[in-house]
Design a protein around this ligand. Structure first.
Ligand code: SAM
Length: 177
């Protein structure tokens, strides 16, 4: 599987913080092959929950709380990465994913909460729609990463894990490493 570096930038402008969804976004980013998530306007308990999972289940996934999201985009742009914004208004995933893969560049994937500023659309190299219907940032990120990695991310081993699941037809089997 690859390895271009993949970052996820979670923007949020909600008056009520959506901590559970943001935690899920971090867990999906980690489980589906991203390297880091930047959490904007986010409570530190979200970061703690994500980091706790990484500590137990392995891998080198990072989470960072940021208060200047433009700086994150600038930093990735300056390094030559491709900036991808997931939005229902963008170009269909199935039409652009091969082009995005062929660049073989690092990717910063931006996802929103409620309303994303117009500036984000302009700063992005690709505005990508996972279907042109409104749904969820968690689903959008999972599908984007799965198409990007062609499903291979599901076989990944997470180094340094303390726990590992032995898949069962029925029941649960977890071993301590
Ligand atoms: N109408 C909102 C908008 O401005 O896009 C939908 C907000 S939705 C609750 C939160 C986030 O989920 C969006 O910012 C976007 O990143 C992601 N999202 C939702 N539907 C999507 C779709 N069909 N394709 C890609 N991303 C989507």
């Amino acid at each position: 599987m690859k390895k271009s570096r993949i970052g996820v930038l979670r923007l949020g402008y909600r008056l009520v913080r959506d901590d559970r969804i943001t935690t899920h976004l971090g867990l999906v980013a980690r489980a589906f092959g991203a390297d880091i998530i930047y959490l904007y306007d986010c409570d530190k308990s979200v970061k703690e929950s994500i980091d706790k999972v990484t500590k137990r289940w392995g891998g080198s996934f990072e989470s960072l709380i940021v208060d200047r999201w433009r700086d994150v985009i600038r930093e990735w742009k300056d390094k030559g990465s491709l900036i991808i914004h997931l939005t229902m208004y963008g170009l269909p995933l199935q039409d652009v994913i091969d082009t995005i893969k062929n660049f073989e560049k690092d990717l910063l994937i931006i996802v929103g909460a409620e309303k994303v500023q117009k500036e984000v659309y302009m700063l992005s190299d690709y505005n990508v729609a996972i279907g042109n219907q409104p749904h969820s940032e968690v689903a959008a990120l999972a599908l984007f990463l799965d198409r990007y990695f062609e499903g291979k991310e599901l076989n990944r081993e997470f180094e340094g894990a303390k726990l590992k699941i032995i898949p069962q037809l029925k029941g649960k089997k977890v071993i301590r490493l």
